[in-house]
Design a binder for this molecule. Sequence first.
Ligand code: SAH
Length: 213
Amino acid sequence: MKDTFTHKGMRKKLVETLRKKGITNEAVLEAINKIPRHWFMDSGFIDHAYVDKAFPIAAEQTISQPYTVARQTELLEVEEGDTVLEIGTGSGYQSAVLLEMGITVYTIERQNELFKKTSRFLPKIGYRPKKMVFGDGYKGLPEFAPFDGIVVTAGAPYVPKPLLAQLKVGGKLVIPVGEDVQIMTVFTRTSDTHFEKNEYGEFRFVPLLEDKN
Ligand code: SAH
């Protein structure tokens, strides 16, 4: 797999686009600048890797739009040394962004084909999540909780209670909530029993599915 000067140049431009769209977290922008996003896409779509768009990957799923990845990561408000649970491993790109920022990553994927592909691929390019799990993200990973942040990368029809329960006090759940269109919603755990809710506009994701196939 190659990462040429052309690719690097295109990534710099993508980072500038993300800045113009309002992303300010330097660690997030630096991670996007470093990671060869074209490696995460099927060869037919490589030309589109540095356009700010979502694209198809295997199993009818998508690699999220770079702006969306950047925004969700920024909203987590995590830093080096923190621990994050990701729901929806997909291509592994969001995991790579978090790992590049020095975050410990746990990630869950319910599509077996994608799970197998991405669990082989990420370590091959040097990104090693602490755990990659084939399973149902609605349940989270209680055995490894609590987390500093939880990021859901598929559209959730409702907010799964187990995910709120698996946050540290001070931690944030970043979750797009809704059916056809989702509202990016952040729940901050302010105490054992209290959560503060904030909303950050409309996004479109593939659905967070219940029941494994
Ligand atoms: N984070 C990914 C985005 C993938 S799209 C990336 O950076 O590429 C959303 C992913 O969520 C898909 O791979 C889909 O299979 C997965 N998904 C959907 N419902 C799920 C569930 N209940 N549990 C875990 N993963 C789920």
